[in-house]
Design a protein around this ligand. Structure first.
Ligand SMILES: *Cc1c(COP(=O)(O)O)cnc(C)c1O
Length: 392
């Protein structure tokens, strides 16, 4: 009989042969517009730190002060004694920010999505997921034991058909706001119309919209002015534009109380450290007030798209800081990203199963911390790397 390690090794070898093997970098610096890796300084075009807040001095200062006052650990779950006044204050401010009656903190976005879907639906119910939803949403659907279906990406007809055919007790439509690997926007107004018409609930995960979209950084729901009635379940994460860590769900009183009672990934885990909540209070204020960060970001994105068009780099329909360059071939994705790295640029090399088979891509992301010069240099490097890879 084969040993466990022999079986696992065969599986690992297979993954390597398909150019899908994952390795990690050991980054020697904090998250900013440049990263230090193995003694080399690389311009960072792969973080989700869209506003450049992950290393903001005022936020770090708040973290340090709160750590001096409250220590490092919360020591218990929210329902026992881990829920501090600072958590409560942050929840109130997130509720006000999102224009919802209440908000609830989770330790990560992954856990929020698992815990919310699980608390809202079960056997005999239906979860309708956009095909390109984030893995945590899909996993949350499976965990809930409701029937999970995936509708075609942002396809309203396909969604409507499925709603019409369903005889499920509760129906929950789930979608990313800004899609994490494509950067495009869900047609939320239309989806919320369908939800209302078919008596279905709607959950939106706007992990990548918060901070980047909306006048105050309130994401896609702010930009489209969608109320709590239109989008009753709204999820945001704190590890992206907010530059800290954790996640929140915003919605009605009944929704939040339901989650406190029944959401297992909320109940059975240690509360986030209060110092993180204190840091996030400061980051929320900066995220809302410093609109120049969103303007700078928008101008860098426009600069990149103009430049890419000039040199013939194929872009996708994205107006957000996520600008994918489709390469399709998984080996070539690795080669192009390696060539970019040699020239001093780090971009995401995204392959299946993170994206559908045959849609491997560079995932280039922008931050308000980048300079115009860095974007210009990226474009030249991209031109060289893509030309070299086609002549191979
Ligand atoms: C990053 C992300 C998550 C997970 O959030 P974490 O706080 O990193 O666990 C959930 N949903 C989407 C769409 C994401 O991009």
């Amino acid at each position: 009989m084969k040993s466990m390690d022999a079986i696992l090794q065969a599986q690992l070898d297979q993954r390597r042969a398909e150019y899908l093997y994952r390795t990690r970098l050991n980054v020697a610096s904090g998250c900013s517009s440049t990263l230090n890796i193995d003694g080399q300084t690389l311009v960072n075009f792969c973080s989700n730190d869209y506003l450049g807040l992950a290393a903001h001095p005022a936020i770090s200062q708040a973290l340090k002060q709160a750590a001096d006052q409250f220590g490092t650990g919360s020591g218990a779950s929210h329902l026992i004694s881990g829920h501090s006044k600072i958590h409560d204050q942050l929840e109130q401010q997130l509720a006000e920010f999102t224009g919802r009656p209440r908000a609830l903190l989770y330790s990560t976005g992954y856990m929020a999505n698992m815990g919310v879907i699980n608390a809202l639906v079960g056997r005999h119910d239906l979860v309708l997921q956009d095909q390109l939803n984030h893995a945590s949403l899909l996993d949350g659907g499976h965990l809930s034991r409701a029937t999970s279906q995936r509708y075609k990406h942002s396809d309203l007809d396909n969604l409507q058909q499925r709603l019409e055919q369903s005889t499920a007790n509760r129906k929950l439509i789930v979608t990313d706001g800004v899609f994490s690997m494509d950067g495009d926007l869900a047609p939320l107004k239309e989806i919320s119309g369908l939800a209302a018409k078919h008596n279905s609930w709607l959950m939106v995960d706007d992990a990548h919209g918060f901070g980047a979209l909306g006048m105050q950084g309130g994401g896609l729901v702010e930009e489209l002015n969608l109320t709590v009635e239109q989008v009753p379940v709204l999820v945001g994460t704190l590890g992206k534009s907010f530059g800290t860590f954790g996640a929140f769900v915003a919605g009605s009183e009944a929704l939040i109380e339901t989650l406190i009672q029944f959401s297992r990934s909320y109940i059975y885990t240690t509360a986030m450290p209060p110092a993180i909540a204190a840091a996030t209070l400061v980051s929320l204020k900066i995220l809302r007030q410093e609109t120049w960060r969103r303007e700078k970001l928008a101008s860098l994105i426009a600069q990149f798209r103009r430049g890419a068009e000039q040199i013939g780099v194929p872009l996708m329909e994205s107006s957000t800081p996520i600008q994918p360059v489709l390469i399709n071939d998984d080996l070539k994705v690795m080669q192009v990203s390696a060539a970019l790295r040699e020239q001093g640029f780090l971009v995401g090399a995204i392959r299946p199963p993170t994206v559908p088979a045959g849609s491997g891509r560079l995932r280039i992301t922008f931050s308000a911390d980048h300079s115009e010069e860095q974007v210009e240099q990226l474009l030249s490097a991209l031109e060289k790397s893509l030309i070299n890879s086609t002549s191979q």
